[in-house]
Design a protein around this ligand. Structure first.
Ligand code: UD1
Length: 425
């Protein structure tokens, strides 16, 4: 890409990766046919399709890309998940809860995913064991077995998104009542509950989750669950990425199909940094105006936190925007231990960023220069593309395959916004 050109135009936000993945795992639990509309066409979703197929499910793309997909799990029988797909993606671990509920048995290897720090699965295993699963580990393989899952009180030491999803999936058909305390409150948890309830589950989250962090699940018979059609919500992290791209590169960008209510903390940050945001809630549209560069300044401090606070997944795009704003910003990463891997690459482009423990100190207002940089994970990769759009000269982002895990067409989107960018190789 050749940078230093403000963005200008309108794009539509894709369906949410982090909502679609657990819903696809939930399809596994439902002995029937589900149709999901708005599934993003990205490699993590492709990986989940492959996991489903490996169990015996049929996955049919009904319309272009993965826009509408039909999942038929009536002939599911295989409880062992293939290592090549499990290792490729951390989310594969949430298949455990669904498969325990459906088949009473599952065997997986330790999951993979982006290298952004320690990503243990102790909370997942704790939750499933509390529901009565017997779990044993042989080398790199985890076996879980349950004659019968029984409702329990599960009190998470940390509100892990994936562990909450795993327990919800296993508890839907467990005997009796499950109470999850200190559950994750991310919108993707609510979407999973809504999907499952529409399919016949009995999950109470509406009144309790956001206030008290509690989810209560009354187990139902597996045969009570039925296939449904469902629309996947749009991706708050992709929307946030493009907002930070406009904040960093300048210009005026309109986003369609935006999950506006999920973006409060992001909008606060963007407004705090001097850009103007116009929101049309009826049409799910948002416009950012970052044309007046004199107004773009850093706020002093931001920390990543669980929802509804600032999301860790947007910490890298924020760093790039901070490089392009006047003044200093300290960013504390509280969720993942090594999520500053792009700092080295940004520094090579001329950024002034110092990392001290879990905090990065950015001094903005330095010119970035185009370089060949290496993407090492999904969100950091997207942030390097944003940096390239801000830099003078040509930037090449190598290993951009990581970005395809979560962004349907980042090059097409930025091209639509007037950027000079293309895929090579
Ligand atoms: C999900 C999202 C990811 C996002 C993250 C935090 C998906 C597919 N991924 O990841 O994009 O960045 O939420 O919002 O939805 N932890 C443990 N033990 C466990 C599980 C987690 O210690 O058993 C720790 C992790 O190491 C990490 C923190 O908890 O430090 C957050 O992890 P978690 O909420 O589980 O994130 P994921 O579900 O992996």
């Amino acid at each position: 890409m050749e940078g230093k050109k403000p963005l200008d135009g309108r794009i539509r936000i894709q369906g949410s990766k982090n909502a679609a993945l657990p819903i696809l795992a939930a399809c596994m639990l439902i002995p029937g046919k589900c149709v999901l509309r708005g599934c993003p066409d990205i490699t993590d979703i492709e990986c989940m399709f492959n996991l489903l197929k490996s169990t015996g499910a049929a996955v049919n793309i009904v319309s272009a890309g993965a826009e509408a997909v039909e999942i038929d799990t009536r002939s599911v029988r295989e409880h062992r998940l293939p290592e090549r797909y499990v290792s490729a993606m951390r989310s594969s671990v949430i298949m455990m809860g669904a498969m325990l509920g459906r088949l009473g048995e599952v065997c997986v290897n330790y999951p993979g995913g982006c290298v952004i720090g320690d990503r243990p699965i102790d909370l997942h295993l704790y939750g499933l064991e509390k529901l009565g699963a017997q779990i044993w580990i042989e080398g790199n393989h985890i076996h879980a077995y349950a004659d019968e899952l029984r409702g329990a009180v599960i009190d998470f030491a940390f509100p892990s998104v994936g562990a909450t999803q795993n327990v919800i999936l296993a508890a839907v058909t467990a005997q009796g009542t499950t109470v999850i305390k200190n559950a994750a409150k991310e919108p993707e948890i609510i979407e999973l509950c809504r999907f499952l309830n529409t399919a016949g589950a009995r999950i109470d989250y509406a009144g309790t989750l956001l206030k008290t962090g509690r989810i209560v699940i009354q187990g139902v018979e597996l045969s009570r669950l039925r296939g449904i059609e469902y629309d996947i919500i749009s991706d708050r992290i992709v929307a946030g990425t493009y907002l930070f791209a406009a904040l960093a590169a300048g210009g005026e960008v309109a986003l369609e199909n935006v999950p506006i209510r999920q973006l409060d903390s992001i909008c606060d940050t963007i407004r705090g940094m001097g850009a103007a945001l116009t929101v049309d809630a009826d049409r799910n549209e948002m416009t950012i105006d970052a044309c007046d560069r004199d107004r773009i300044v850093n706020v002093p401090y931001i920390e990543t936190e669980v929802y509804p606070d600032f999301p860790t997944d947007l910490q890298s795009p924020l760093l790039v925007a901070a490089c392009m704003a006047r003044g200093r910003l300290a960013v504390r990463e509280k969720i993942f231990s090594s999520r500053f891997r792009i700092v080295e690459e940004l520094r090579r482009m001329g950024a002034d960023i110092e990392v001290k423990g879990d905090t990065a100190l950015v001094t903005g207002g330095r010119e970035l220069e185009g370089r060949t940089v290496i993407a090492r994970e999904l969100r950091g990769g997207a942030a390097l593309v944003i940096a390239g759009l801000c830099a003078s000269g040509i930037t090449t982002v190598a290993d951009s395959g990581y970005i395809r895990r979560g962004y349907q067409d980042i090059v097409g989107d930025f091209t639509a916004l007037g950027a000079r960018i293309s895929y090579i190789g």
